[in-house]
Design a protein. Sequence first.
Length: 496
Amino acid sequence: MPPGNHLNALLSVAQMTEADRLAAAAGKSVFELMENAGRAVAGEIARRWTPRPIAVLCGPGNNGGDGFVTALALSQSGWPVKLALAGARELLSGAALAHSRRWPGPIETLTPAAIEGATLVVDAVFGSGLNRPLDTPVSDALALAGHRGIPIIAVDVPSGIQGNSGAAQSAAAATCTVTFARKKPAHVLLPGRDLCGEVVVADIGIPDAVFDALGIDTWENHPRQWRGDLPLPQFSANKYTRGHALLVGGYPMTGAARMAARAAARIGAGLTTIAVPEHSLAVYAAALTSIMVHPLTADDDLGGLLADRRYTACLIGPGAGAGELTRARALRMLASGKAVLLDADAITSFAAHPEQLFAAIRAPCVITPHEGEFKRLFSFDGDKLSRARQAAKRSGAVIVLKGSDTVIATPDGRAAINSNAPATLATAGSGDVLGGLVLGLLAQGMDAFLAASAAVWMHGAAAAAFGPGLLAEDLPDLIPGVLRHLLPLRFDKEPA
């Protein structure tokens, strides 16, 4: 990702704490930041609803301090506000204590009774740093609000969600979540993403220069991170200079490789070839026109293709069949020095030989497992972001851990989390199309991390554009429309 591009940065809990510290050192006091945060929450509430009875639930830390500011701002604007605190006010400290002293009304003890009569609830109890289950009175109060269908506005994250992982412990779903400066992984990783509702990022006055000092290595996947690196056709280009993608297809499952090949071509590869078993040549050739089909008649045929330097990237896995032959072919691809993508059956073929695979990765390589395939290669535990990072470091490949919250991770620790994938992508063959999109970008010389990030986002955008009834085979033909929005046409001169 380009240095200095922090608009889509995802901050860990520690990085957000450090951002507050650096902002204070630059002249923004914690008191002022808290004031800005609470007023931002109040402003978002006022933008969405007219004044009505509202219960503001506060905790014993800075999140509670934000809640006190929110309550005061709403009260001063004519809202009937009830405020409840988990614990005694004497347990507050610093800016949170100072803001609590500005609240002129009564403070109730936080129990389920605190939401009686409320038509809105502000959850300012615990922020993203909590890593334990909620206390019973807190969880019961929030659960009661959810049961009654009372909209909940969460401050930072819904209480009970861990900011670095999105893991949830007794959290109640919010209608919207107002967070500050930048999102955290919990806002885009499941189940946290679903529990946050709509996420609003409020500017509370942290200087942009602060983010340059944080060592940011995690982003929400977005075109601004990779659009400038997308391959653009040049007037001087020809089909060879635009890259030649090579896939290995199998039999009798021929559809997966054919969809992957069409995706590679649609995203811009100048040529795309599928190497297939000779007895299946007619099946592939009858279904493909612009995609070239090459028969594999002997074990060394693939080696001969890989020796041709005009092939610039390779894919094996979709429909290839899991077993020794696929593993041997994958190793040949990796030994060629070309960019390689391993998916589906190619991943499963190394289930009993993961170290053999990792030792063979020397050139750009992308591995695209779903959760089941991931477990066949890796034994890492923990949250999705951490597991993807560990797998990338261990394997030496860019890991695309697929799902509704796909994580793309690099061996050096960078990661992007995708959030634009609609539920309609849960259909047979959509992963094969994704593999083809990555392949097509790799064939055109795009960096492996950026290619994977771009392909995952465009995959989601294409599905969203189609809507209900999506089939995987629809996806390749939707890619030109996505590219049209990402890459406006350029001309050297006006047409005659």
